[in-house]
Design a protein around this ligand. Structure first.
Ligand code: NAD
Length: 463
């Protein structure tokens, strides 16, 4: 079913502005200052000529928007999609500002995109677009200026091309210029799973507050890319029942629970979600309306609108995608008692682990490298002392399981959990201060705006 909505409702930057204004009015900020916080710092348009494989020359249009650089370098993905617009990139850049502040990491917000369809481009054409886009942005990117990451239509390989192009121009290998890189180039273990893992941690926190159990939750996930597939896998392993999934080709439904390991195998082979035996076939958009407790839109923005919100049955919506719910739809769902875990918090796991990757690249040492063996030795000595005092012996398997020093992935996952849990509590506390009359989204905006405003208090407005 096509999603019909008022044109204005679908303007993502406008939507962000409405959300910003609500929160800013609660903080009683000066109107002029609100204008400063809301407005991007810089918007760059790039025209990218590429000699295509057939010899024809095409000119692609790309953007990079830096919304705020007050709390640190810009941070935000690069999106390759035919639907990229400046309005969308502007909104996504500002979302990154709020998101980084919500999870308290020292980045500002930025976002980039190129209007192109990666599915219709050869690897060589994609590389040419990426390298020319990066070269044109040379003065604005950098470990202390603006640090891109993957987003829709881009991946580790694209990040490797960005890093190499930047490095060639500055004449030194600069791993910290992008995150979401291959491990071999300084990427972080746990980064690929980070956004999905963050979704799981956030859903767990919400259930804890509501006094509900994972095993009683029926979950539907829209989108089966990086975020959707990892969220499906991790939620299934944690005990949630996945009853519906979809990708752009269509959806699957099984009220008794989809066999997730089989689904992952099927998608690996078929390269699409539809076609798994033992499930009912449903339309790509129809999954949104399935009977479930938790709905995770993990595909695109503007999926839940004023027009289709009344058909949503979920009691909790975990916004894994950026901007999947329009403000009008969110208001309707709030009135109906639906809890929305907002994108500015829920999908912040990716940027949090990107932050760990950036810190590792700047310090040139992998997390855990210095202490892993030392920790292991200390635990072994402790266990030896316990054996001596009790006269009992641990098996070799018990010894190696308990006396294990933390690996990079252990530390990254631990840092991610700490970040997501702390941020959730801050949102709950802010909502309490406002007598629960505000949504978690408004609480997230209040939290972020407050932190950025505090930085401005000390810095002032330049010059
Ligand atoms: P991706 O390109 O890997 O996957 C997108 C998925 O959505 C694909 O499975 C595609 O088939 C599906 N899809 C597209 N249109 C659909 C439709 N109409 N119905 C159902 N499925 C549809 O992208 P991703 O990295 O997983 O990102 C998904 C969303 O999450 C985006 O909004 C992105 O901005 C956001 N996000 C991603 C990350 C990250 O770490 N990758 C972090 C934060 C937020």
């Amino acid at each position: 079913m096509a999603i019909i909505a008022a044109e204005k409702e679908l303007l993502v930057y406008e939507n962000m502005g409405v959300r910003f204004d609500r929160a800013a009015s609660k903080l009683g900020l000066d109107k002029g200052f609100q204008h400063v916080l809301r407005t991007p710092t810089k918007e760059i348009t790039i025209y990218i000529p590429v000699v295509m494989d057939n010899g024809a020359i095409e000119v692609f249009v790309g953007y990079r928007v830096q919304h705020s650089l007050v709390r640190g370098p810009g941070k935000g993905g690069i999106r390759f999609s035919p639907d990229v617009t400046l309005d969308e990139i502007r909104a996504l850049a500002s979302w990154m500002t709020w998101k980084c502040a919500v999870v308290n990491i020292p980045f500002g917000g930025a976002k980039g995109g190129v209007i192109c369809d990666p599915e219709k481009l050869s690897r060589r054409e994609l590389e040419a677009i990426t390298r020319r886009y990066t070269a044109e942005l040379l003065a604005d990117l950098g470990p202390e200026r603006d640090v891109p990451a993957p987003d829709l239509g881009t991946d580790e390989q694209v990040m490797a091309w960005v890093m190499d192009t930047y490095s060639m121009h500055v004449r030194q290998a600069t791993t910290a210029v992008v995150t979401g890189k291959p491990i071999e180039l300084g990427g972080s273990r746990g980064r690929r799973e980070a956004t999905g893992r963050g979704c799981l941690i956030a859903c767990d926190r919400a259930l804890r507050k509501l006094g509900r159990k994972r095993t009683q939750q029926h979950v539907v996930i829209q989108g089966f890319g990086n975020v959707g597939s990892v969220t499906t896998k991790l939620m299934h392993e944690a005990g949630y029942k996945i009853v519906g999934v979809s990708d752009v080709h269509g959806g699957l439904y099984n009220p008794k629970g989809i066999d997730v390991p089989k689904l992952l195998e099927h998608v690996q082979q078929a390269q699409q979600v539809p076609g798994l035996a033992g499930c009912d076939a449903v339309g790509a958009d129809e999954v949104l309306y399935l009977e479930c407790d938790i709905l995770v839109p993990a595909a695109l923005e503007n999926q839940i609108t004023e027009e289709n919100a009344p058909r949503i049955k979920a009691k909790i919506i975990g916004e894994a995608a950026n901007g999947p719910t329009t403000q009008e739809a969110a208001d309707l769902l709030f009135q109906r008692g639906c809890l929305i875990l907002p994108d500015t918090y829920l999908n912040a796991g990716g940027v949090t682990v990107s932050y760990f990757e950036w810190v590792k690249n700047l310090s040139h040492v992998r997390f855990g490298r210095m202490e892993k063996r030392f920790e292991q030795g200390a635990y072994l000595r402790l266990l030896g002392a316990v054996e001596k005092v009790t006269g009992k012996h641990f098996t070799d398997a018990e010894m190696s399981e308990i006396a294990r020093g933390a690996s990079e992935e252990d530390l990254v996952n631990s840092g991610l959990e700490e970040t997501m849990v702390t941020a959730y509590q801050q949102l709950i506390d802010i909502r309490e201060v406002h007598q629960r009359e505000i949504t978690l989204r408004t609480a997230a905006f209040i939290n972020a705006i407050d932190k950025i405003a505090a930085s401005y208090e000390h810095l002032g407005i330049f010059p």
